[in-house]
Ligand binder design. Structure first.
Ligand SMILES: Cc1ncc(COP(=O)(O)O)c(C=O)c1O
Length: 401
């Protein structure tokens, strides 16, 4: 028997990578410590502060002694507030007693849902490019992630035929993130209806990540949802959270909404993950959902200004193509004409010009040829970044000629 310590490590560590995004963060921290000035286009979190009334409600709850375990599902006032929000955003009436679980971030919702539905050997359809957690958590559960390619020429809309041809008798879940990370693209109502028809016909559960649904620049204040389509509420798990829209990423608060039957399955797993979320923070989150939403409107107006600066700037750069990112705070330009891989381009931009982006390949095979720009930094930094990016790419073109 081997007595080396690494012989004790679980095999699943070999099938999941260290997060490509976290690697970029580590590099930037080091560069900043060395005194480099960095344009922060790498961070998938807002630069806003949590609104004061949310902090006050959490502090008040803490002072009232809300320091003990909450129910596994979360405190009822927060579940009621989530049900209210679901009615507004998704147009569907749900029961806060049986259909909502407050999670430690959207991430825990994803983890608990995948563990609840994926057996070893099951296949999980994940749109590509996508935020890596879906694939990694599927692998942790012993399942096989199956990438569905999406294309810049379609604004990264999911082609129903690409889904259909990857369905086997092992397919269990279809994961959709809309608006998307890293693309910022939103699936249209028509597209979601086609996907819903496939999910119903093949008896699939859909995991609908709607964490960016309210950071939406299209018609109406909220991106379309597959949960609202007839026949889908019983087979969809909504993943949502407070991190992005209420600038509460460090609070670690999110939720799932699903049918009572699916919620029971997810709850069974959650009882053995985090058990419940910090009780007093849940009171803060409830205030966020229930009280005045103008802070959200203001935040989205600000994001829209930054989006315009970045999109207008990118459109002026020769050989860069941009898709219509209608949501979230990401754009995902195609830089392949410059002849570098996405990793080489991201390295060039950070090393030579101090512009931090994330290589598209980090988000899956279809991400190659692109870089992710997160405009979650100040408007001034976005404008400055565009000027530097123009310079950086002009220098590359010069070199290429
Ligand atoms: C698509 C998507 N889903 C979920 C999350 C995680 O959210 P949370 O902070 O609530 O765990 C992120 C964070 O970047 C994300 O981009």
């Amino acid at each position: 028997m081997s007595n080396s310590i690494d012989s004790l490590f679980a095999d699943r560590l070999d099938i999941i990578p260290f997060s490509g995004i976290r690697k970029v963060f580590a590099k930037i921290r080091k560069m900043e410590a060395e005194g480099r000035d960095i344009i922060h286009w790498e961070v998938g979190r807002t630069d806003f502060d949590t609104p004061q009334h949310i902090k006050d409600a959490a502090i008040d709850a803490l002072n009232r002694g809300m320091v003990h375990y909450s129910p596994n599902l979360g405190i009822l006032p927060l579940r009621k507030a989530i049900a209210e929000r679901t009615k507004i955003d998704n147009g569907v009436e749900i029961d806060p007693e049986t259909q909502v679980i407050v999670m430690s971030g959207a991430n825990e919702g994803i983890l608990a849902s995948i563990l609840a539905f994926v057996n070893p050997g099951d296949e999980v359809l994940v749109t590509d490019p996508n935020w890596h957690h879906y694939k990694s958590i599927t692998s942790i559960a012993g399942g096989t992630p199956v990438e569905i390619p999406t294309f810049a020429e379609d604004n990264f809309a999911i082609r129903p035929e690409e889904v259909e041809k990857r369905i086997t008798d092992k397919t269990k879940l279809l994961c959709i993130t809309s608006p998307g990370n890293p693309t910022g693209c939103t699936q249209t109502q028509e597209n979601l209806e086609a996907l819903a028809e496939i999910a119903i016909r093949h008896n699939l559960i859909v995991i609908a990540d709607e964490i960016y649904a309210r950071i939406y620049y299209g018609e109406g204040k909220v991106a379309p949802s597959i949960f609202s389509i007839p026949g889908m509420a019983e087979r969809t798990v909504i993943i949502n959270g407070f991190s992005k829209i209420y600038a509460m990423d460090g609070w670690r608060l999110g939720w799932t909404v699903a049918s009572p039957e699916l919620t029971q399955c997810i709850l069974k797993i959650r009882q053995y993950t985090t058990v419940c979320v910090n009780t007093f923070t849940q009171y803060g989150a409830a205030a966020g959902l229930l009280m005045d939403q103008t802070c959200i409107d203001e935040m989205v107006v600000e994001f829209a200004k930054r989006r315009k600066i970045i999109l207008d700037g990118l459109k002026e750069i020769p050989d860069v193509k941009v898709s219509d990112s209608s949501g979230a705070f990401y754009v995902f330009p195609d830089i392949s004409a410059y002849g570098l891989t996405s990793k080489e381009m991201a390295d060039y931009l950070i090393n030579e010009y101090g512009i931090a982006t994330v290589a598209g390949s980090v988000f899956g095979t279809s991400g190659e040829g692109h870089i992710r720009i997160a405009y979650s930094c100040s408007t001034e930094e976005c404008a400055r970044g565009v000027i530097i990016l123009k310079k950086a790419l002009a220098a590359l073109r010069e070199n290429n000629n």
